[in-house]
Each structure stands twice: as structure tokens, then as C-alpha cells.
Design a protein around this ligand. Sequence first.
Ligand SMILES: CC(C)(COP(=O)(O)OP(=O)(O)OC[C@H]1O[C@@H](n2cnc3c(N)ncnc32)[C@H](O)[C@@H]1OP(=O)(O)O)[C@@H](O)C(=O)NCCC(=O)NCCS
Length: 164
Amino acid sequence: MTLELRKARAEDFPALQQMLEFYQYDLSDIWLQDADTEARYGYSLERYRLDERFHAHVALVGSQYAGLALVSPAVVTLKEGSWMEQFFVLKRYRRTGIGRALALHSLKSHPGPWEVGQMPSNVAAQVFWRKVISEQTCGEYVEVQVTEGWWQGHLQQFHVQTAA
Ligand SMILES: CC(C)(COP(=O)(O)OP(=O)(O)OC[C@H]1O[C@@H](n2cnc3c(N)ncnc32)[C@H](O)[C@@H]1OP(=O)(O)O)[C@@H](O)C(=O)NCCC(=O)NCCS
């Protein structure tokens, strides 16, 4: 099966919405959120549809959706650049390299300053992101602990070069 990595198209948004439901449920033991009265988390993708500063990317294996990346303007420690707002690989496809491939695709799609963060208890995501960012930057990144403000956790700051 071929792996396709691409910026989301209009027809990908129903699948993005569904994958975000799985994502929010998957992380619900460490990211406390309430579903609505119809048991939906209902992550708002409006800005990803309408605002050109927000970018959604998808991974597909053949015709099957396998993961998503949501890239927004940097908002935690940087004043410009990109922030990986959400990132998810469906369980069926984990530990096959799809997360790495989608992460590298997403980083390279948005050259410039970056910040990527993980919640303190999401140890698997920390191992994953340190590995991917190290590979992308040849180890040239800074990790800080954010302990105040609306977002707190482990955060890596780095720069993605424009492709030659
Ligand atoms: C974290 C996540 C994106 C990894 O996706 P993935 O497709 O399984 O990642 P890859 O197969 O590309 O893994 C690349 C490397 O990351 C590390 N890694 C990935 N998952 C790991 C885990 N559960 N535990 C430890 N290391 C892990 C490994 O070093 C792995 O290389 P290896 O398989 O050769 O050992 C996926 O587990 C996920 O979606 N988790 C739930 C959502 C989430 O936590 N998102 C990140 C929010 S910051």
C-alpha cells in the first residue's frame, strides 16, 4: 500500500473531524475534556477551512485515512513561526513510521521557526518528537519546560530550513 502525505483538501475535512474524535478520546485520560450531549468532542476546524494561516495535513494508506497534523501560527513561546497544534496517527498504523513521515512532511511544508509541545504525561509523544526533531535538525533544537500560561509541558524550539 502506498503512503500519501498531503495538505488537506475540502473533501478531507469530514475524515479530519472523525479522526479528531478518535484523537480526543484516545488522549482523554491525560487531556481532560467533556464530550457534548451527543458524545462528540466537536473540535472546531473552522479556522483550518477559512484562515490561510492554519494548515491541516493528512496521511493516507491507500484509500484509508491514517493520521493528521494541524499546524497553526506559533502561540506559546515564539512570536512568529509554526506550532504543531494537533498530531495523531490511528492505532492501526502506529509504529510503522507513518508518524515520522507525516511529521517530516508537515515540518518541511512550513519552513521557518517552529515550536512543538507535549503534555508532561505523554511520554510516548516526547520520545517520538525528540527523535523526529533531532533527525530534521541534526540535533539543533532547544527544549524548554513551560510551567506557566494556557499551555504547559515539554516544548522543543527549532528552525526548519527552506528546501534547496
Ligand atoms: C505519538 C504518535 C504520533 C507516534 O506515531 P507513530 O506513527 O506510531 O510513530 P512512528 O512509527 O513514526 O515512530 C517513530 C519513532 O518514535 C518513537 N515512538 C513512537 N511511538 C512510541 C511509543 N509509543 N513509545 C516509545 N517510542 C515511540 C520510536 O522511537 C519510533 O521509532 P521505532 O518504531 O523505530 O522504535 C502516535 O503514537 C499517536 O498518535 N499517539 C496519540 C496522539 C499523540 O500523543 N499525539 C502527539 C501529541 S504531542
